[in-house]
Design a protein around this ligand. Sequence first.
Ligand SMILES: [Fe+2]
Length: 335
Amino acid sequence: MSADFEIERPLRGAAFGATVRLNKPLAKELPQGLPAILAEAGGLLLIPGVREISDDPALLVRLSRQFGPEVEDYRFTLTNADSIHATVPEILLVSNMAPVNKMPPARPDPAFGADGRLPVQYPHRTGWHTDQSYRRPPPDISLFYAVTPAARDSGQTLFANGALAYDALPADLKARVETLEGLHAQPGTGRSRSAARSGKTPRAFAPHERSQRQPVVRTHPVTGRRSLYLCESGQMDWFEGPFVGLEPGPEGEGAALVDVLMAHLTRPEFVYAHEWTQGDLLVWDNRCLVHAATWFDGEREQRLMWRTTVHGNPGAAYAGEAKSWIPRELVQDGA
Ligand SMILES: [Fe+2]
């Protein structure tokens, strides 16, 4: 119990996460101690009822700064200007409305599992990723706020806990991934599994676009826990990867290992499915969780979410590295 908030653990229907109910408006006083609660809760916080952010978006940035030293300013990270908030450039707009026009993922086929529930496990469910893993160093934490969520029972965000999944890995798989590195690619750059299956030659990357190696097993810099760190079809490089040193390509030895690991990582007992309510804020730790968006009716609904991204504590494996995603000429210009 804290004067600033009340905590309920875990999140409903999940083995991890926490709900944090604030006792004071953010505009009056920012709550103290949330990063420690995030770490203790396995990397996922739900902060409901913070609708004041809709009227004062800078509050989201101020809250984000509590989680790390650097909140991404999207003006300087080659982000499409249509996806950047007009007055607060640390906020990325995620919406199916113009001018962002980001449509939701397709429904899984079949749309529901044999138990009538939302399917979560790969490969029935696809789209699992951790934010910006195609960058080195990758980001620490994302905050995602529901200005206007999709209707209930659609547009959920799913989270799978990489630490629980790592702990439960069979010993032979643990040994196999111990020092393995994945090769992560930016979505939309032509490196997806379906692009590789089509047989097309991908376009050449500029240096700052190159796919990036990431350890399959990450050690969390705050908790010391080990987690599986992996994406699937849209965010791995299926031409040169998906793993460094394993047979590449969409049907090779590496592909078979992604399928095994991702099916394990997204087992229902490691997953939380969030049904959004207006004014909900989720805070998640990209270093130990993967997540996936689900379908909503993008033709009839108008969904608007705000995202911030916090960088600065990726762990010892990235010590001293320059940002892979910033073109050298921009670094020299001081941007
Ligand atoms: Fe994401």
